[in-house]
Write a protein that binds this ligand. Structure first.
Ligand code: NOJ
Length: 546
């Protein structure tokens, strides 16, 4: 297999619970994914990232694993997993799995043993401590609200970065690390092509566990304690003992990795093949996202990040994932959402320096839901943070509005396959409600329509593959930076150049002349001196110096 094969690949992210339900129990499953492999092959993607499908009580939808070796029965069996890997391989599609090893579930055998017996080997796999008084050991705040410490009936406290049902694993313990590496290699031996590595910058703790200074009554956010000094020892060890042996793809979720640290994580000798570029993931701070000023600020962030990172290493570039709201809502005001703006958005990110990721439903333009009450939501983060905020006296409607716009459940509603009941996702009752707009936005309506967003994504992917050498090797240069509303850049390599030019506004824009053939665009006709609202063009030709 070609070294760095992932630099020529397009990844499609699947949230198994919401992708396709094959047995009518309202929950997506592995056989459902198998049924849709032809669809994915037709789209043209190379790799599927499957979010956690392991045994789990699903407190955090599978990011709380109770058995790393076992497929959750609600998704199928280990044999189904092997079948999926085989069927995907037949279609030239590779599978990567989620690797969740900062924490496990409190239902994992290790934690159950550690809970029962403070002296057993497994007690060293977690962070336990005792205090003289009834106070938590420090003032750190967990990512899902409240303290990072929870208490066992025998009085011991244990540490959790996320929910209390997700105890953190103690990476200082060599025996535990070896168990993790054994499990990673077991899956790699099964033929998977790599991992998306969850929350990995949290694995090294500040072992002083000393309280931090914060305004009185508040807690110190643990997300500030990411990439703690010494983490490299663990990450290099994992790379050596597992990933390196298989030429596998690893993509790390690495919050807290700044420009300085990027090289250690995703440079030539980095711990991983790539890390997600979170530098321009939303426009949360903008009141009018579709104003030229907002677009300019966003463009600056993209360009700063990509200009820096492209000289140092490789990124995973994305617009959506299972933790975020839908990209059309993140980057556009409601009135501006249409085929042109959606395809413009896709064109902006696809050829930036890195491996493009598509999240299920993004290719058909799925949107956020209008959540009317917190009970309709499922997400543990939304529910617990909502409760915490309301208990502190915040207005429930305001907190709900926040999660309605930015909550993770927006991405977790069932995939919209058709205009049939439940969007064709399930004949049962879906575990989370469908977006009401499935009758308008669905795969069936788009797949045979050459002018659909689905077919635009298909063309983008083909273009990516047709120009694989330039997307892998081409230097990134920004273009026309001072033209407000125009987002343009080029990738240049070996005498050739691929140019992306997108008018990301709802007005016409004067267009600088580009002396190359336009190979992909989202309008029917191309006017060389003017761009239509949300017009996107990709050009390819010889570079000026060639
Ligand atoms: C990041 C995952 O993407 C998210 O869904 C999960 O809740 C946390 N890590 C904890 O595993």
């Amino acid at each position: 297999m070609e070294k760095d094969w992932w630099k020529k690949s397009v990844v499609y992210q699947i949230y198994p619970q919401s992708f396709m339900d094959s047995n009518g129990d309202g929950i997506g499953d592995l056989n459902g994914i198998i049924q849709k492999l032809d669809y994915l092959q037709n789209l043209g993607v190379d790799v599927l990232w499957i979010c956690p499908m392991y045994a789990s009580p699903l407190v955090d939808n599978g990011y709380d694993i109770s058995d790393y070796y076992k497929v959750n029965p609600i998704f199928g069996t280990n044999t189904d997993m092997e079948h999926l890997i085989d069927e995907a391989r037949k279609r030239n599609i590779k599978i990567i799995l989620d690797l969740v090893v900062n924490h496990c579930s409190d239902q994992h055998e290790w934690f159950q043993k550690a809970k029962a017996d403070p002296m057993c080997e497994e007690a060293d796999y977690f962070y336990f401590c005792s205090t003289e008084d009834d106070q938590e050991p420090n003032n750190w705040r967990s990512n899902f609200g409240g303290s990072v410490w929870s208490r066992l009936p025998d009085g011991r406290w244990y540490y959790h970065t996320f929910a209390k049902e997700q105890p953190d694993l103690n990476w200082e313990c060599k025996k535990l690390r070896d168990k993790i590496y054994e499990m990673i290699n077991w899956w790699l031996e099964k033929g998977i092509a790599g991992f998306r590595v969850d929350a990995i910058t949290f694995i090294k703790k500040d072992l002083s566990f000393a309280s931090k200074e914060v305004p009185s009554g508040e807690r110190y956010p643990v997300e500030k304690l990411t990439d703690y000094p010494g983490i490299g020892v663990f990450l290099n060890e994992m790379k050596k003992q597992c990933f390196e042996k298989y030429n596998c793809m690893t993509v790390a979720e690495a919050p807290g990795v700044d420009n300085q640290a990027f090289e250690r994580y995703a440079g030539k000798e980095g711990y991983f093949s790539m890390i997600f570029d979170f530098g321009w993931e939303n426009m949360e701070e903008e009141n009018d996202k579709s104003s030229i000023e907002a677009v300019e600020r966003w463009k600056k962030k993209i360009f700063q990040n990509v200009s820096n990172n492209s000289k140092i290493g490789w990124s995973a570039i994305f617009l959506e994932n299972h933790d975020q709201s839908r990209c059309l809502n993140k980057f556009l005001k409601k009135e501006a959402i249409n085929f042109y703006s959606a395809s413009a958005l896709a064109s902006i990110y696809f050829f930036l320096y890195g491996t493009p990721f598509i999240y299920q439903g993004q290719e058909i333009g799925m949107t956020n839901v209008e959540w009317k009450n917190i009970e309709d939501m499922d997400d543990v983060r939304a529910k617990r943070t909502y409760q915490e905020a309301v208990d502190q006296g915040k207005n429930p409607q305001e907190v709900l509005a926040y999660f309605s716009e930015l909550g993770r459940d927006n991405a977790r509603t069932p995939m919209q396959w058709s205009d049939e009941k439940n969007g064709g996702f399930s004949i049962g009752i879906p575990w989370i409600k469908c977006n009401d707009n499935y009758q308008v936005i669905n795969v069936e309506h788009q797949i045979h329509n050459p002018g659909s967003l689905y077919n635009y994504y298909k063309r983008l992917i083909k273009c990516y593959h047709d120009h694989a050498d330039i997307v892998k090797n081409g230097a990134f240069h920004t273009l026309y930076e001072n033209e407000p509303g125009l987002i343009a850049y080029e990738r240049e390599w070996n005498g050739t150049v691929l140019t992306v030019a997108v008018n990301f506004t709802n007005q016409k824009l004067a267009m600088p002349y580009i002396d190359q053939p336009c190979i992909l665009h989202n309008y029917k006709a191309v006017n060389t001196s003017q761009m239509q609202p949300y017009e996107a063009r990709i050009y390819y030709g010889r570079s000026a110096e060639a």
